[in-house]
Each structure stands twice: as structure tokens, then as C-alpha cells.
Design a protein around this ligand. Structure first.
Ligand code: PEP
Ligand code: MG
Length: 359
């Protein structure tokens, strides 16, 4: 496993003495969490739970869930996924040993999990005893013209609350188990994605609180936990004052915030952004280095409005920009509490955060 040694470790130690912002990591596997800790990560800023759903052993239950006829079918499939999801979170809490862990509930459009091709449909049909034609019809119903602007993020939790209930249960059961075994505090941070309105967060926070209360009653133990949201849509940034009434933390999802503010698809931008950068229309690729003049205004405005409602609100960034030095300098100026970067960018983020604090 890579680790920081020798002069490099000494340099990083110096940087840490001058840093104000914490540096967390974006990670969802125990191996990445371990590596990020070796690099000095002080917590997880973004655990993208959808990555866990692609695991070969559980994709069939995931597909069964999304193609189920009704809620009871979905609940049956989710019951199969619960033990696996609980084990995912248990391992992460163990590796992170009491450091903060932000777990984001399911975000992507469900069609991402669909079977591909006849063979996979036939296999799923055999596994769950539903005809191929029925499965294909239901798969077609999931088709969206603009999935990135569609049925994803918290909208899934509103339409299919049982999905978020399973995930919340897995988080709190895992946290209780690890707290009981280690005797140490485990404080899960549950993050709701793609929120645009206060009401969405109100409904989903109530769901998380309800599940937490159930699990704590079953386990005979209570834990502190936080519920917060991504700020990754312009409306959420503008309405941050209201949204903060329901959120103990904000994490700026600057990938989606850049996409939705510039009206540029993050998945297709590579086709046309080259000339934009060459001609100085954008000084750098805005998906790498935060568009400080535009997207940055939404970030600082949301930070300000969030703090007006809730002065102690915790603020971080978990878009790719959290590992980019120029963007990190902006985060320092905006007074964010932490940046979260992919594991290999954690050392750069520690240096950049120190430089920004000194500058
Ligand atoms: C973001 O949108 O900035 C973010 C961190 O979430 P994701 O990249 O998973 O959409
Ligand atoms: Mg996002």
C-alpha cells in the first residue's frame, strides 16, 4: 500500500500545522478508505453508495428491486440487499475509526442498473421467475430522455422511500454494531443528494429520523448522527437559507452545480470545451477548476445564506474541485470547514489548504 514517508511526510506535517480546513476523501471501498487515511484523510466527505449496487454478487437483487411490479416486490429485493449494505458500512466505519463519515443515499438514475442484452435479461428472468417480456417492458418504462435531469437523487427517495429506508437502516445498524464492538463514538453523517427544495429535505430527513429511532429502539442504544444535503443545483444554492433549516451540513456538489449552472453536460463537455479553454472563454476546464466567477458565486451565496439560518452549519465540498488547488484557495476564502478529494489527491489538498490559509 502506498504511504507518505521521509521528507515528503515531514513536509506534509509542516503543511498540516498551517491548515485551517480539514481534508476528507471521496471513497466507498475499504481499500480506498485505508489508502486515503495513509495519505492523511481526516474523514470521508462522500461515500457514493450507488457504486456498491454494481457489485457482481448483488446486481441481480438490485435489478429485481428496480424492475419489481410493486412496493412489496421492491421491499423483498431490498431485504436481500440490507445485510450486504450493512456490511459495507460496517467495514467503512471500522477503517475510519471514529473519523467523520458522510454517506450519500442512492443518487443515479435507476436505468444505470438495468440488464444489458438478451442474455442478461434471460439470466435475471430465471433468477427471479418473471418473464423476459415483462422485465423488458418494465425496463422500457424507466427510459428517460435526460436522465441527468431526471429521476435521480432525492427524487428516488421521494418516489421509492423504501430504498432510502433500507440504506438508512443499514447505516444505523452498522454504526450501532461498530460502536458496541469498539466502545468508541460513531457519528454517521447521512447526506441527501440533488435536493432543490426545503420540502424534499424535510420529508427525507423525517424518514431518516424515523428509521434511526426504530434501529436505536431495537438495539437498545442511541447514537448521535447528522442529516445534511448536497448543494448541487442552483435552486438549492439560492434557497440555502430555507434549506439550512433542515440540514446540519451542506456539501457542495460542484460537479452537478457546474453542469446545471453552465448548462453544460459533465459527460459530454470534453467534445467542445477544448476550444473554449484555448480561446480563453473559460480560463480552465470548469469541471476541473471551479468557475469562480459564476458557480463560485452560488457557492459563497449559499454558504452565507446557510450560515444566516444556522450559524454552526458544517460546510464542505465534495465535487472534483475539492482536489484542485485553485478551487481549494476559493474554499478557504469562502470559509468552508473541509474539502473532500479522491484518495490520490488528498496530499495535494493538504498542501493547497495550507498554502491557502497562509496566503
Ligand atoms: C457532485 O455533483 O459534485 C458530486 C460530488 O456528486 P456526483 O459526482 O456523484 O454527482
Ligand atoms: Mg452530484
Amino acid at each position: 500500500e502506498p504511504e507518505l514517508v521521509g521528507d515528503f511526510a515531514v513536509l506534509m506535517g509542516w503543511a498540516d500545522r498551517h491548515r485551517r480546513m480539514k481534508v476528507r476523501t471521496n471513497a466507498e471501498t475499504p481499500a480506498d478508505c485505508r489508502m486515503a487515511r495513509q495519505f492523511g484523510a481526516e474523514g470521508i466527505g462522500l461515500c457514493r453508495t450507488e457504486h456498491m449496487f454494481f457489485d457482481a454478487k448483488r446486481i441481480s437483487a438490485v435489478r429485481q428491486m428496480i424492475l419489481a411490479e410493486d412496493e412489496s416486490g421492491r421491499r423483498a429485493a431490498l431485504a436481500k440487499l440490507l445485510p450486504e449494505q450493512r456490511a459495507d458500512f460496517r467495514e467503512i466505519f471500522e477503517v475510519m475509526a471514529g473519523l467523520p463519515v458522510t454517506i450519500r443515499l442512492l443518487d443515479p438514475p435507476l436505468h444505470e442498473f438495468l440488464p444489458h442484452g438478451d442474455a442478461e435479461f434471460a439470466e435475471l428472468s430465471d433468477a427471479i421467475g418473471v418473464g423476459v417480456d415483462t422485465l423488458k417492458r418494465r425496463a422500457e418504462e424507466l427510459h428517460e430522455f435526460n436522465p441527468m435531469l431526471g429521476h435521480r437523487g432525492c427524487r428516488l427517495g421521494i418516489t421509492f422511500p423504501e430504498i432510502y429506508e433500507m440504506q438508512a437502516r443499514a447505516i444505523f445498524e452498522a454504526a450501532c454494531e461498530v460502536a458496541a464492538a469498539s466502545g468508541e463514538a460513531v457519528v454517521p453523517e447521512v447526506m441527501i443528494p440533488l435536493v432543490a427544495t426545503r420540502r424534499e429535505l424535510q420529508i427525507l430527513r423525517a424518514l431518516v429520523d424515523r428509521v434511526a429511532a426504530q434501529v436505536f429502539a431495537e438495539q437498545g442504544r442511541t447514537l448521535d448522527y447528522l442529516v445534511g444535503t448536497m448543494i448541487e443545483l442552483p435552486r438549492a444554492a439560492l434557497m440555502a437559507g430555507e434549506i439550512a433549516a433542515e440540514a446540519t451540513f451542506f456539501s457542495f456538489g460542484t460537479n452537478d452545480l457546474t453542469q446545471t449552472t453552465l448548462g453544460v453536460s459533465r459527460d459530454d463537455a470534453a467534445r467542445f470545451l477544448g476550444p473554449y479553454v484555448e480561446q480563453g472563454i473559460y480560463p480552465r476546464d470548469p469541471f476541473v477548476s471551479l468557475d469562480i466567477d459564476g458557480v463560485g458565486q452560488l457557492v459563497s451565496l449559499a454558504a452565507e445564506r446557510g450560515r444566516q439560518t444556522r450559524p454552526e452549519i458544517k460546510l464542505g465540498i465534495c465535487g472534483e474541485h475539492g482536489g484542485d488547488p485553485a478551487s481549494i484557495a476559493f474554499c478557504e476564502q469562502t470559509g468552508l470547514d473541509y474539502v473532500s478529494a479522491s484518495p490520490y489527491r488528498v496530499p495535494i489538498a493538504r498542501l493547497a489548504a495550507a498554502q491557502a490559509a497562509l496566503g
